[in-house]
Design a protein around this ligand. Structure first.
Ligand code: PLP
Length: 411
């Protein structure tokens, strides 16, 4: 018996690299000195420094009725939201997916809620999940909270292509050791690098998963699609990876973790969804059983105003079309920033990791003191083992040349 106040399982919980906290520090430093460059924030900002808000979201929010605004949201989502998110996520591949898979949607508190529900329900305590070595650091915390460990594979090979060989080795080894494979791939626009897998990369990944599954090992593929709407591709073609999903074997469960925060700029509203697909009906029944339970037991239900607004955008073809046009404007903002960033980096001889879209670009470094060195020069970024993450989502075009030159000095 001990007299510690927290439970044994909570003894080692310490938030070591808290991105939101570093962002607050950067914000405070910029308020003191406008010359400070804050490249930490994973929220899209315009060139005038204000948040990029979607007109459709703004207007619909203002017109919500009391029930659309204040009531509890249904655990399985409104029809508009839950059917609409399937159309949105799969785009032109929806019919093929619906034909081959059983499918279920569970609304969650952001993409984070989708990830934490998945990690909690589809692992045994003490097991480990597999992710690439460059990853969004909260994965570690979400896993720890679910009593799950983290193992990594190298995201890049020597030519900065997807490292299929290392993925295959690590996936097979982990599956063999624990008789389960739970994989999260954040794609397209991996946070922190901006890297996108090709459709062929996805086909190769799914080939490996199928091989593992055929040995009677439970395989769970979580597709963290948080930045799917910010890939430097058209709305339709950014969904082409789902063609590769059609080849998934019968006993695999794929869960798409959808984030309303990024797609709708509704970060503070906390809305997202888990979309479970499997060719096995029994697996989707299990997905529903544990998913519904966890929603009720962990956060009860999600943000009703966000669900109402998103449902209206999904259900109204004109508004949806206008909204997609607005997303193109948001993507243009990011495109201009990365083009300038890469141009200045090339001039400075600075190697940038391959960027295919999203809010972040990455640069590898061996400088273990890089975070402090950059802060001393008025630049805030997020430092991770072996690299730094620069949030293009929150820097202005006018800051980019100076930003690249300061990074070059310390990298
Ligand atoms: C890679 C990745 N996945 C998931 C999320 C979850 O976002 P949210 O919970 O706000 O939807 C984020 C947010 O920053 C992210 O960067």
């Amino acid at each position: 018996m001990t007299n510690q106040i927290v439970g044994n399982h909570a003894l080692n919980k310490v938030m070591e690299s808290n991105i939101l906290k570093i962002s607050q520090e950067a914000k405070a430093a910029k308020a003191q000195n406008p010359e400070v460059i804050d490249a930490t924030v994973g929220m899209l900002h315009k060139e005038d420094g204000k948040l990029f808000k979607y007109i459709q979201v703004e207007e619909l929010l203002k017109g919500l009725t009391d029930s659309e605004m204040y009531f509890y949201a249904p655990v399985n989502g409104t029809k508009e939201f839950s059917n609409g998110v399937v159309d949105w996520v799969f785009g032109k591949h929806k019919a093929a997916i619906m034909e081959k898979f059983h499918l279920s949607v569970i609304p969650t508190t952001g993409g984070s809620g989708a990830l934490s529900n998945s990690l909690y329900n589809f692992n045994d305590f003490g097991q480990a999940m597999l992710i690439p070595n460059y990853y969004w650091t909260p994965y570690e915390n979400i896993a720890e909270e679910a009593h799950v460990g983290v193992e990594t594979f190298q995201l890049f090979d020597e030519n900065y292509h997807f490292n299929l060989k290392d993925f295959e080795e690590k996936a097979k080894s982990l599956a063999k050791r624990q008789n389960r494979l739970f994989l999260i791939l954040n794609d397209p626009c991996n946070n922190p690098t901006g890297f996108c897998l090709s459709k062929q990369d996805w086909k190769n990944v799914i080939g490996v998963l199928n091989e593992i599954s055929r040995n009677n090992v439970p395989v769970i593929l979580v597709h963290d699609s948080a930045y799917i709407d910010y890939q430097m591709k058209s709305h339709e073609s950014s969904r082409d990876v789902y063609e590769a999903f059609l080849d998934l074997d019968e006993n695999i469960l794929a869960i798409i973790a959808f984030s309303g925060s990024k797609t709708f700029s509704m970060y503070g509203f906390r809305i997202g969804a888990q979309l479970g697909i499997s060719k096995s009906k029994a697996i989707i029944d299990e997905f529903n059983r544990v998913g519904d339970y966890s929603v009720r037991a962990r956060f009860s239900s999600v943000s009703r105003p966000a669900m109402s607004v998103i449902g209206k955008i999904f259900a109204n073809p004109d508004i949806k079309k206008q909204f997609i046009e607005q997303i193109d404007i948001a993507k243009d903002l990011l495109r201009k920033r990365i083009e300038l960033f890469e141009e200045v980096a090339a001039k400075e001889g600075l190697n940038v990791l391959p960027y295919g879209g999203g809010f972040f670009v990455g640069i590898e470094t061996n400088n273990q003191n890089i975070f402090k060195d950059l802060v001393n020069d008025g630049v805030f970024i997020i430092a991770m083992p072996g690299m730094i993450r620069i949030a293009l989502s929150s820097v202005k075009l006018t800051e980019i040349e100076r930003l690249v030159k300061i990074i070059k000095k310390h990298i």
